[in-house]
Structures are given as C-alpha cells and as structure tokens.
Design a protein around this ligand. Sequence first.
Ligand SMILES: [Zn+2]
Length: 203
Amino acid sequence: MTQPTPIVDFVPARYGKAIPVSAGQTLTIISKEGSQVLDLWALGRDDPMEYMSMEHTRSKNSKVMLSVGDSYVSIRRRPMFTVVEDTSPGIHDTLLCACNSAIYEESGCTEYHRNCSDNFHEALAEIGVQFPFTPGPLNVFMNIPIEEDHTIRRLPPATKPGDYIKLRADMDLVAVISACPQDISVINGAEKTPRDVHYVVEG
Ligand SMILES: [Zn+2]
C-alpha cells in the first residue's frame, strides 16, 4: 500500500490556519528560523466542542510542560495529540492565554493589531466552523519559565533553527495554528519579527 504524499506547507507570519489531521497522522511543526512561537488548538472533527484543553492536560499529566510520550487531552481527558518526537529543548507553554486585541491595547497599540485569538476564529470561519470562545492554546516553543517565587517570565524561544516537534493525532481532528503576531515583547525572539510557521502532515 502506498503512503499518501505528505502535505508540506506553512502558515504565514501573523496569520492562522485550520489543518485537518486524521487519527494516526502526524503533524510536525518546524521552527525554521528558531525564533517563532505559535498557538496550537485542536478540535474533534466529529464534535468540535471536544477540544484540546490545557487545564485538563495539566491535570491528566500532573505537569505544566509535556515530554515525548505524553498526550495533550480533550475536555473529556481523551488523548488528542501525543508527542512522538521533539528536537527542540522541549519548552512549550501551557499556561498563558492566546494574545488578543486587549493585550495589544494594554501595550499601547492604538490601531488594530493582528492577534492569535482572532486568528483562531478567522481560520475556523474559513472552514465553516464557529466556536463560541477561545480555548487556552498550547504555546509551542514559547518560553515561559516559572520562578521560585511562582512568578513567570516571558523569554525568547530556546529553539535553534530547524528544531521541530512531531505530534501524533489520536483522533480525527482539526488543528488550528496561529503564527503569533507578537512584535512588542521578545516572545518571538530578540528581533521581535514574526515569521512563517512551517509544518508537515503525513502518515
Ligand atoms: Zn499570539
């Protein structure tokens, strides 16, 4: 039996995209320049209201950051994405919300600034899905260390060019990637320059 050709594509800097991934397929997300972070969501294809939940994932794994072999789970605590490979330092934030208009207003923006929250809804609208709110995303490659006094810091990614994480879909799902438009803090690297997010779907 021949394997289907892998889908090799990218999400343009500052924008979002909905990507169908079937059970057993893998989604590989590549940090080409080593500086870009992305917000990742997953919705069940049969029931979009079964979505990947960081709260349930932290509870299920008793960790705030997952490793190879661990699974990000849905609100029903069922595995949605399992980490099968990770060549990055393995730093992926599960704590912070998606950036939205309010964050950029707080930062002094007086005009509309693209943001991950709107990217999530825009990307879903393109495939005809409306979602009533913005779930907490998995912030892939985002470097948010927790200090001893329980405060958190926002640091540039610890990734190097070409690092990737490979996730296996455990059910038929729609993944949504937002190439984070943050260009005020150093979350996308010291250059504060949003980049494209490259990905491969295969299997
Ligand atoms: Zn963002």
